[in-house]
Design a protein around this ligand. Structure first.
Ligand SMILES: [Mg+2]
Length: 398
């Protein structure tokens, strides 16, 4: 089998890659909803892929893997990897999890970071009300993740949250950092107490916290939150779009408290997880298959983390329905350090009309049945998807 073309269309706002083969099989991959600017980056790999056998996934990846970077610049490579596995699975007549070594679970747990309600405020009662609505969702999520502190408008909306000036940029990442005030830390703790009051011990609570915290504050926060038995504190030091890891700084925080410390959604490739894992710098890692270099890359990192006693909760909030399928396939194969992956939805809603293969409902009791049809387990329906293509992308399915 040979690759004869690589195409990229923006469907909704998501870049979608299509690998076209000489045997009539196509493979698809989807990047985060808010990354339409990646299209030229995806297409830059077209010439390198044409003529290659897509079922030799690793051999193809060796040609292109070094041309990616930390989020968002690993996404193009990552979704090409996912599309290659989709082709390989379809060619073999097997679901992709079989090619990754087979599934170790029939259902995969997901956590909710995606189905959200507009925030009404940043006071404890607002957080309590928000998790009450999330807990009542028909998906029956058993873990909920909330943005808080530097990972939310709390840093601007709560007066004197920290000794610094919130930036006015629409971007987040390493821009807002600084020493938190005593009042700021107390406010976070009060909001957590209000949410736990609602959730009890039935639904786990994780917090997306930064980046932005300074080490003494991060330690203090983690210690003060110990009584609430949180699932994890995410990205206190670095994370999101920050193109570095700072494993030694994470380690300082992680060693000081029993509250699990988490990072990793922006990190590209196993090499950049090496120090984080080997130095036991965090308790939980959260690579995103559509940013880390793909699903086989994520599996390798998960296995290596397990050897070191580190848990994994893959990121994926905006990966869309094709991204959801990739998360399901790889999560089915991960070792027992797997907690849950971050659920992702169709955005806009018409995505549910143009994809086939997902169960209905998708999530039951916070779990998703592992998809069993050949390839990634879902497919775009060209006749239905065509109407959402721009003029520029009109030949995407040809
Ligand atoms: Mg995050």
């Amino acid at each position: 089998m040979k690759i004869i073309d690589l195409k990229c269309a923006i469907i909704g706002k998501s870049p979608v890659v299509r690998i076209v083969t000489d045997e009539g099989i196509s493979g698809y991959g989807q990047a985060e909803t808010w990354k339409p600017f990646l299209k030229p980056h995806v297409l830059a790999f077209r010439d390198a892929l044409i003529g290659e056998d897509p079922t030799d996934v690793e051999r193809v990846m060796l040609k292109i893997r070094q041309r990616g970077g930390f989020k968002p610049w690993g996404a193009a490579i990552s979704i090409i990897e996912i599309a290659l596995w989709d082709v390989a699975g379809k060619a073999a007549g097997l679901p992709v999890h079989k090619l990754l070594g087979g599934k170790v679970r029939d259902k995969v747990r997901v956590y909710n970071g995606s189905l959200r309600f507009p925030f009404t405020g940043y006071e404890p009662e607002d957080y309590a009300e928000d998790v009450r609505k999330m807990a009542a969702l028909p998906e029956g999520f058993t873990i909920i993740k909330q943005p808080i502190g530097f990972h939310s408008a709390m840093k601007r909306e709560v007066p004197n949250f920290y000794y610094g000036e919130p930036n006015k940029s629409p971007f987040h990442g390493a821009l807002d950092r600084g020493k938190a005030t005593e009042k700021g830390i107390a406010h976070v703790v009060a909001c957590v107490a209000a949410m736990k009051e609602v959730l009890g011990d039935e639904i786990g609570l994780a917090l997306d916290c930064g980046p932005g915290w300074m080490v003494p504050d991060a330690i203090r926060l983690a210690k003060e939150l110990e009584p609430f038995n949180l699932m994890w504190l995410e990205d206190l030091i670095t994370g999101d779009y920050v193109p570095w890891v700072n494993a030694d700084v994470f380690r300082e925080v992680t060693r000081m408290s029993t509250t699990p410390i988490h990072t990793g959604e922006q990190i590209y490739l196993r090499q950049n997880f090496k120090q984080l894992i080997e130095s036991h710098a965090v308790h939980v890692i959260g690579p995103d298959p559509a940013d880390v270099g793909g699903i086989a890359e994520l599996k390798w990192i998960a296995e290596y983390a397990d050897l070191h006693g580190i848990l994994i909760a893959p990121h994926g909030t905006a990966n869309g329905l094709l991204g959801l399928a990739a998360l399901i396939q790889v999560s089915a194969t991960l070792p027992s350090n797997y907690i849950a992956f971050e659920y992702t939805t169709g955005d806009p809603d018409w995505w549910y009309d143009i994809v086939e293969g997902l169960p209905n409902p998708i999530v039951k009791d916070g779990m998703i049945d592992v998809l069993t049809r050949p390839g990634m387990g879902v497919d775009l329906i060209p006749e239905k998807a065509k109407r959402y293509l721009s003029v520029e992308d009109a030949d995407f399915f040809d």
